[in-house]
Design a protein around this ligand. Structure first.
Ligand SMILES: Cc1ncc(COP(=O)(O)O)c(C=O)c1O
Length: 392
C-alpha cells in the first residue's frame, strides 16, 4: 500500500469531538470508536490543495464554478453510473442539515414521515424537531443475520398514517446493508403508489465491500427521479466532515424550488471555500487513495469478525456490506440498556454508540466505528474479549 493507514495520529487538542471523552462524561481511558469519522489523514491531494489555498491568505465569500460541477458529474458517473445535471445541484453545509431542510420543505407540520429503524438517529430527530409525526417501520433480521425491510409493514404504515416523506438510509447506518436494486425498487414503487417523497441519504455510497455496487435510489427507475432528493457528500469517503459541504440533487423542478425556498428562508448563502476546495481535490484525485482505504477497511472488518467470533452467542457482529460501522449484538449478555452502557464504557473501556439511540429496536446493540489503525482495533477486541470473559 502506498498510503499508511496503520499510522496512529494523535487527534487530541485538535478540537475533534471523537477523542474528547471528558466533554461527554466518558471515562478518560476509553478507546473512542463512536462518531462516524475516521482516524486516518485525508488523501495527500486534498491536504495539499487545502495548504495551497491557505497560503493564498484571503478567505472571502466563495462559490462553486463549472469545473466543480464537471468533477462532480464525472465522479457520480464513474463510481455509480449516475448522470447528474448542473441544475439539479444544491449545496448545504452537511447532510443532516439537508435532511432537516428537506423535511421542512417537502412536508407540513403534523405530516407523517417514515423511517426504517434502527437507523441513524438524526432522522427521527429531524421529524420530531420540525413538528412532523414520526412513523417507524422496523427492519427485520433475516435468516442470513442481516437487516431487511418489511415491505408489507412499510406500505401499511404509509397508508395508515398518510405519510408524505420517507427518509432512506442507503447504504444503511448502523446495519451496513447495501440495499440491492431490487429492494430499492420495491421501496420506491410503494412510495410512488402513495405519493411519498424520498429523502435518500446516500452519504456512505462510496464505502461498499465485496464487489457490491451501490445503487443510487433516484436512478433505480426513471420514475424515482421525480420523487427523490439525493443527499451526498465527500465527507465520509475522504474524512472531511469538519469541512461541512454536501452535494444535494433533485431532478424534479418542483421539489428543487421548494428546497431552494427553504434554503433562502433559513438564511443560507455561500458555501465555505475549504469545503469546495477539498471536494474538488478529493473527487478529482482521491480515487487511488480510496481503493486502498476500502481494502484496509475490509481487512479491519475481517479482523474484527475473526477476533470477536469466539464471543458468540453472547456478542455477535453484523458484518457490514458497506460503511465502516460494525453493529454488535450484545443481547446474549442479558443486560439492561443502562447495564450495557456501563459494561462497555467502564469494563471494556470502549466508547461506542448505544444502539437504542438508533431507535427502540436498537436496544441491546452497540455501533463500533472500525475506521482506525488496525492496532487500535486489536486493542479494542482484546478489551472486549477480556470484559466478556470476566463477565462469565
Ligand atoms: C447516514 C448518515 N447521514 C449523515 C451523516 C452526517 O452527515 P453530515 O456530517 O454531512 O451532516 C452521517 C454521519 O455519521 C451518517 O451516517
Amino acid at each position: 500500500m502506498k498510503h499508511d493507514f496503520d499510522r496512529i495520529i494523535d487527534r487530541k487538542n485538535t478540537l475533534c469531538i471523537k477523542h474528547d471523552p471528558a466533554a461527554r462524561g466518558m471515562p478518560a481511558d476509553v478507546l473512542p470508536l463512536w462518531v462516524a469519522d475516521m482516524d486516518f489523514a485525508a488523501p495527500p491531494c486534498v491536504v495539499d490543495a487545502l495548504v495551497e489555498r491557505s497560503r493564498h491568505g484571503i478567505f472571502g465569500y466563495s462559490n462553486i464554478n463549472g469545473e466543480y460541477f464537471d468533477i462532480l458529474r464525472d465522479w457520480f458517473l464513474r463510481r455509480h453510473g449516475w448522470r447528474v445535471e448542473r441544475e439539479w445541484l444544491l449545496l448545504t453545509p452537511g447532510v443532516v442539515n439537508a435532511v432537516y431542510l428537506a423535511v421542512r420543505a417537502l412536508t407540513a407540520p403534523g405530516d407523517g414521515v417514515i423511517v426504517m429503524q434502527p437507523v441513524y438517529y438524526p432522522f427521527a430527530a429531524s421529524v420530531r424537531d420540525t413538528g412532523r409525526k414520526l412513523v417507524v417501520s422496523e427492519l427485520a433480521i433475516g435468516a442470513d443475520g442481516r437487516y431487511e425491510a418489511d415491505m408489507a409493514d412499510f406500505e401499511a404504515k404509509i397508508a395508515e398514517n398518510g405519510v408524505k416523506a420517507f427518509i432512506l438510509c442507503s447504504p444503511h447506518n448502523p446495519g451496513g446493508r447495501v440495499w440491492t436494486r431490487g429492494e430499492l425498487k420495491r421501496m420506491g414503487d410503494i412510495c410512488l403508489r402513495h405519493g411519498v417523497t424520498v429523502i435518500a441519504d446516500e452519504i456512505h455510497q462510496d464505502i461498499v465491500f465485496g464487489g457490491r455496487r451501490h445503487a443510487v435510489f433516484a436512478d433505480v427507475d426513471p420514475a424515482f427521479a421525480s420523487i427523490a432528493v439525493t443527499c451526498t457528500a465527500p465527507s465520509k469517503t475522504f474524512n472531511l466532515a469538519g469541512l461541512q459541504l454536501s452535494n444535494i440533487f433533485a431532478a424534479d423542478g418542483g421539489l428543487r424550488r421548494r428546497l431552494e425556498a427553504e434554503c433562502r428562508s433559513a438564511g443560507m448563502s455561500q458555501p465555505g471555500v475549504m469545503g469546495i476546495v477539498s471536494c474538488m481535490a478529493a473527487y478529482a484525485g482521491g480515487e487511488e487513495w480510496l481503493a486502498e482505504l476500502l481494502a484496509y477497511l475490509d481487512g479491519n472488518i475481517s479482523f474484527l469478525e475473526g477476533a470477536l467470533g469466539k464471543l458468540a452467542p453472547r456478542v455477535r457482529l453484523m458484518r457490514p456490506e458497506g460503511t465502516y460501522l460494525a453493529w454488535l449484538d450484545f443481547r446474549g449478555l442479558g443486560m439492561s440498556a443502562g447495564q450495557l452502557d456501563s459494561f462497555v464504557a467502564n469494563r471494556a473501556k470502549l466508547w461506542l454508540n448505544s444502539g437504542y439511540t438508533f431507535g427502540e429496536s436498537g436496544t441491546g446493540f452497540m455501533r463500533l466505528n472500525a475506521a482506525c489503525p488496525r492496532s487500535i482495533l486489536e486493542e479494542a477486541a482484546d478489551r472486549l474479549c477480556a470484559a466478556v470473559a470476566e463477565q462469565g
